[in-house]
Design a binder for this molecule. Structure first.
Ligand SMILES: [Zn+2]
Length: 464
């Protein structure tokens, strides 16, 4: 009897040992399990009790939690019970350092806002130190609110790139080219030279995609626009431009070139694959077809467009025509934050109101624009924008536990209509955990905020 019991115990122990060695046989850097995995893949899969295995910079498996635990042993294991695991959000248009102008002046007409506040403040404060401090603050806010890739157009972009890398974020960063003298370039030729140096310094970087950012058709002459475009094409990098943002821009194009902004740029031969057009508000039906034919992606910035009363972009028309559409916050001076959850919600509500149809820009469409749609706009859909094996591990874990999120019937509805950036618990980029359970690991939160407050003193003095 005793012997039999011992024998039984031995058998049980052996069986357990076998189960143990079979569990998580493949060693990987990170597994996330027990969450609701919203993949945003082509099939739109949502896995109720799911998991993601990450090795180094890449996603190696997306499956049920049970299958992930059976196959993989993570050096780090995140339990995401009660939370959503999803691709990190992609901001397709911002000016990161402008967070230092947040709330400086609001509720003004665009030209008064620009000429009385933003341009004077920029003229007196923008420097390598300013953009570094601003980028650190923006990066902190983005990590805290679940943005893993952002697209930038500003000055001293190489400094922005260094801070972006240090914070661990992915960036498509465009060196600005503009006709008039600015902080980092006296002439457009200087700016083009800076852009090329910047491209050469960061080309092939795992986190930074350098880009050229000709500011807009109304702030550059034709030859400079085409020189910027040519530079981007020679290096195979994106071209970032503000396009058809306001009625004023349309009027300028008509007065100067007897064409619409899109008509003018197309006549120049500017439009093509790799162009990311921010705003695209004043765009007619035939021009939507032109953008589609040329392979131009559009960054939709609903909050900035509403705050500056620029107009409503024809997003349902873009989507129907098959134009790639992503979401952007624009600079924090005209938003006033970098929260992509707000951008999703605002986009959805704005187009329902505008089209008088609640079926327009539903929750899944808004979520697509903030993830895989944004990846398409940036030409990065093979690497980011969804949770799929072989893609980079840009992943966020979002709490669904607040009163605001209770009860939970449909995670996609909640992500768009009730979730806020603050609900993001964990942010991972390229397989590296940047924030774990609300603690940012790559930036010193206290010193980033203190430094920003110090800059605010100089900014305030600059506009008095
Ligand atoms: Zn902008």
């Amino acid at each position: 009897m005793k012997l039999a019991l011992i024998a039984l115990a031995l058998v049980a122990a052996t069986a357990l040992a076998i189960v143990f060695t079979q569990t998580g046989e493949r060693r990987v850097s990170l597994v996330i399990v027990n969450g609701t995995v919203v993949t945003m893949d082509g099939a739109g899969r949502v896995i109720a009790n799911g998991g993601v295995a990450v090795d180094g910079s890449d996603i190696v498996a997306v499956d049920t939690a049970e299958a992930i635990e059976r196959q993989f042993a993570g050096a780090e294991r995140l339990d995401a019970a009660g939370q959503v695991v999803m691709p990190g959000l992609i901001n397709t248009h911002t000016h990161a350092p402008m967070v230092l102008f947040r709330g400086l002046a609001d509720d003004l007409a665009l030209m008064e806002w620009l000429t009385k506040y933003i341009f004077p403040a920029e003229a007196k404060t923008v420097s390598p130190e300013f953009v570094r401090a601003g980028t650190r603050l923006a990066a902190l806010e983005m990590i805290q609110s679940g943005t893993t890739t952002y697209t930038d157009m500003y000055y001293f972009e190489e400094e922005i790139a260094k801070e972006t890398k240090a914070a661990g974020l992915r960036g498509v960063l465009g060196q600005t080219v503009i006709q008039f003298p600015v902080a980092d370039a006296k002439t457009p030729a200087d700016a083009l030279g800076r852009a090329e140096t910047f491209i050469n310094a960061f080309k092939g970087d795992p986190l930074i995609t350098p880009a050229v950012a000709p500011h807009a058709m109304y702030t550059l002459d034709g030859p400079t626009l085409m020189a910027a475009r040519g530079l981007a094409m020679r290096h195979g990098v994106p071209t970032l431009i503000h396009l058809a943002e306001t009625r004023d821009e349309v009027k300028t194009a008509q007065d100067q070139y007897k064409a619409s902004p899109i008509g003018y740029l197309d006549r120049l031969g500017f439009l093509g694959a790799g162009v990311v057009a921010a705003h695209g508000v004043w765009v007619s039906e035939p021009e939507i077809a032109v953008l589609r034919q040329r392979g131009v992606g559009v960054s939709h910035n609903p909050e900035s467009n509403m705050k500056l009363a620029s107009g409503t972009a024809p997003v349902p028309g873009y989507l129907a025509a098959g134009v790639a559409v992503g979401l952007g916050t624009d600079g924090a001076a005209s938003n006033n934050d970098l929260d992509m959850f707000e951008a999703m919600r605002t986009a959805s509500l704005l187009h329902k109101l505008q089209s008088n149809d609640p079926r327009v820009v539903g929750a899944r469409t808004a979520l697509e624009m903030a993830t895989i749609g944004g990846a398409r706009v940036l030409g990065m859909a093979d690497r980011i924008g969804s949770l799929e094996p072989g893609k980079r591990a840009d992943v966020i874990v979002v709490s669904m536990a607040s009163a605001r999120q209770t009860p939970l019937y449909d995670p996609i509805s909640h992500l768009v209509y009730v979730t806020r950036g603050d609900d993001v618990r964990t942010t991972i980029v390229n397989g590296r955990v940047l924030m774990r359970d609300r603690r940012v690991l790559t930036l010193n939160e206290g010193s980033v905020l203190a430094e920003a407050r110090e800059w605010a003193v100089k900014v305030r003095a600059a506009v008095q």
